[in-house]
Design a protein around this ligand. Structure first.
Ligand code: TXA
Ligand code: MG
Length: 312
């Protein structure tokens, strides 16, 4: 707590991924988050709070949809974008009129927030554009001495970031698929939750290339994976195949086993991307899940990880 009160940065376990947390009302501390991540200062941060009553002080108003979603999914892997109150500074919101808020479920995050009392701004605790951390060791490996304290809360239970729903416009919109499925949200909202069509690069998780390992990724169906891997091998590439245990892979390829179930795949997704790099291959063929439920978030991250890299 001392570390947070004096403006330090804490590696904080949440049920989605580890966050790089700082006092959301300390300008210098929030600026340090951007500096350490190497993240453009116009990309807004999520403010983490202990409960929905704490959220009320950070937003101008909580519309009925927000009350309903909060009751159904908080604490949990859901972030809501709402009109901000004066408590949310331009530094946190990237100068926008809205603020992103979330009540995380992880017991360590919960107890830190309860003891701290205020809001904690926390992006995922990785350098900009890189793979998100789902274990304390990942934070230490990626950020090293740039973080003042890392709390070890074990492996993240969900494994992909929170779902972001924008409730600041005329109708709810999905900004980022994540730990709460679109189907579950639509059930509570009582209607369809469309994607917000946007080219707004202020949302880094929405950049085409993000969450990226160093090796190239090729996404494949179960039936095409072995053939694709064989082609890449014969072209002289070092190849990994990320697929469930039972799937046959061509000799010469490294087989990285992934869980058969989608929640298991989501939980181990970022560890898998790290293993791809550790295997020192040029390219990994990844067998993808159906694009439904939690599979939507898994596919979203895999597509961004597979996207052509921009500069840097
Ligand atoms: O699961 C998570 O959400 C994790 C854990 C640590 O809570 N945090 C996380 O933060 O993924 P970050 O900074 O990596 O991603 C936050 C996303 C970004 O895409 C950002 O642009 C978007 O939230 N965001 C934040 N404030 C926003 C706003 N006012 N309007 C639209 N998007 C916003
Ligand atoms: Mg991130």
């Amino acid at each position: 707590m001392e570390v947070l009160r004096r403006g330090g940065l804490v590696g904080l376990p949440t049920e989605t991924v580890y966050g790089l947390a700082a006092d959301a009302e300390n300008e210098l501390a929030v600026r340090r988050i951007f500096a350490v991540k190497g993240r453009p200062s116009t990309h807004p941060l999520i403010v983490h709070l202990a409960n929905v009553d704490a959220v009320r002080t950070w937003v101008a108003r909580l519309p009925p949809e927000a009350e309903a979603l909060a009751a159904a999914f908080w604490p949990g892997p859901l972030t809501l974008v709402l009109p901000r109150s004066t408590r949310a500074s331009d530094t946190v919101t990237g100068g926008q009129g809205t603020v992103a808020v979330r009540v995380p479920a992880h017991p360590v995050a919960q107890s830190v927030l309860a003891a701290f009392g205020g809001g904690l701004a926390a992006p995922s605790a990785n350098r900009f554009g890189r793979v998100s951390p789902t274990r304390a060791e990942h934070v230490v490996a990626d950020l090293g001495g740039d973080v003042d304290l890392v709390l070890d809360g074990g492996p993240s239970r969900v494994g992909v970031e929170s779902t972001i729903v924008d409730l600041s416009g005329p109708a709810p919109a999905l900004l980022r698929p994540g730990g709460v499925t679109r189907e579950a949200l639509e059930k509570v909202l009582g209607g369809p939750l469309p994607n917000r069509a946007t080219n707004d690069v202020r949302a880094p998780g929405m950049l085409p290339s993000h969450y990226a390992p160093r090796a190239g990724l090729v996404l494949a169906n179960r039936s095409e994976a072995a053939g694709l891997a064989a082609e890449l091998l014969s072209a002289g590439r070092r190849v990994a195949v990320c697929a469930p245990e039972g799937l046959a892979t061509p000799p010469g390829a490294v087989h990285l086993a992934v869980p058969e179930d989608v929640p298991g795949l989501a939980r181990s997704l970022y560890q898998l991307l790290r293993s791809v790099d550790a295997a020192q291959v040029d390219v990994a063929v990844v067998v993808v899940p159906e694009e439904a439920g939690l599979g939507l978030a898994v596919l979203d991250r895999l597509r961004r990880a597979a996207a052509p890299r921009g500069p840097g």
